[in-house]
Design a protein around this ligand. Structure first.
Ligand code: SAM
Length: 326
């Protein structure tokens, strides 16, 4: 298990040599009323990730070792994430249905939970972070809005707005991420959804601000497919497809957002106890190799695959073209 906790502070907690990384970033989450949820994870200092230290390094009394991953430039896909050591893959088996999860941290709830937070701590943190959110959650307009998938990103924008307003995140914390071109309909929805929220805030965030944030979130948000209660659950669930209906939320992370797409990825992002993201090696990875994930369901038909990549991410996948042209 390769665990990186408190990436916000740039620390890795443990390293024991298997194929699973944990990227734990400071989180702020919200489960929505109709059963879907959204979350936003912010790492304040991207640069900290380049200077992480490991628990095993600490335990081996300061034995010098490079961080296990580094951010570098690829030939054709901008920035990417590369390993600095080799990693062995492990086998996974059958998927589960997504569990009911805590509104704040997406941790799986036991059947005895009647409220939607796993602990008083999560509930209290949510109260602070979602001060402005609660107003909207109570509005009759809200459940209808949430049925539209495309609107989860405005909700993430709103989450960030709440965090900025309450001082948890800085207004420019996503600026480092690559932006997407936005459809005018999305901007319209953002404006409507955020209007009441922003009306309560001083100073009022500008349209320019939320356009900027939405443009980045819309290309960089992850669907959180699963939030398993244990490592055993993970082993039986991590193969759930990106295209399945198993998503329990969405999240924005810093480091995983620099993972580029490959039609035959060498890693897969997964979640175990909560919204902390883990990268799992799908195959043995050589030192220095770029870590790639599949942005979409890799089993998808070729033209649909290319259309999604093109519309959603602004590029096409040459690997897939040669693969499907056999
Ligand atoms: C989530 S970002 C990945 C990090 C990005 N390379 C960066 O520098 O911030 C997604 C963007 O990376 C680029 N990208 C990712 N995978 C690619 C690939 N296989 N080929 C070309 N461009 C790719 C596309 O511009 C895409 O919109």
């Amino acid at each position: 298990m390769f665990s990186i906790s408190q990436a916000l502070a740039g620390k890795i907690d443990s390293l024991s040599g298997t194929s699973l990384w944990t990227l734990t970033l400071k989180s702020s989450l919200c489960k929505l009323q109709n059963g879907s949820s959204s979350s936003l994870l912010i790492s304040r200092s991207f640069n900290n990730l380049a200077s992480v230290t490991t628990e095993s390094q600490k335990q081996q009394s300061q034995v010098a070792s490079p961080p296990p991953i580094r951010v570098g430039f690829t030939e054709s896909a901008g920035r990417g994430v590369f390993t600095t050591r080799s990693i062995k893959s492990v086998n996974l088996s059958t998927p589960l249905n997504p569990p009911n999860v805590c509104y704040l941290c997406l941790k799986k709830l036991s059947p005895r939970h009647v409220v939607s937070f796993c602990s008083p701590q999560c509930r209290d943190q949510a109260r602070v972070l979602f001060l402005f959110m609660f107003f909207l959650l109570q509005s009759s307009f809200f459940p209808g809005v949430l049925r539209n998938d495309a609107l989860k990103y405005p909700l993430l924008v709103k989450r960030l707005a709440c965090m900025v307003i309450t001082g948890v995140a800085s207004a420019d914390c996503l600026d480092i991420l690559q932006p997407a071109s936005l459809l005018s309909e999305m901007l319209y929805e953002v404006k409507n959804i955020l209007r009441d929220c922003f009306a309560l805030a001083r100073p009022v965030p500008t349209k320019q601000w939320y356009t900027n944030v939405l443009a980045r979130i819309s290309i960089n948000a992850f669907r959180i497919e699963l939030a398993c209660g244990s490592y055993e659950d993970l082993l039986s669930s991590a193969v759930t497809s990106v295209s399945s209906e198993a998503a329990v939320g969405s999240a924005v992370y810093m480091l995983p957002l620099l993972d580029n797409h490959d039609w035959d990825p060498n890693t897969h992002i997964i979640w175990i106890e909560n919204v902390d993201a883990r990268l799992k090696a799908l195959q043995d990875i050589e030192e220095g190799e770029e870590l790639c994930i599949s942005y979409i369901d890799a089993s998808m038909e070729h033209n649909a695959h290319q259309a999604l990549l093109s519309a959603g991410f602004g590029f096409q996948s040459p690997g897939l073209r040669s693969w499907s042209g056999d």
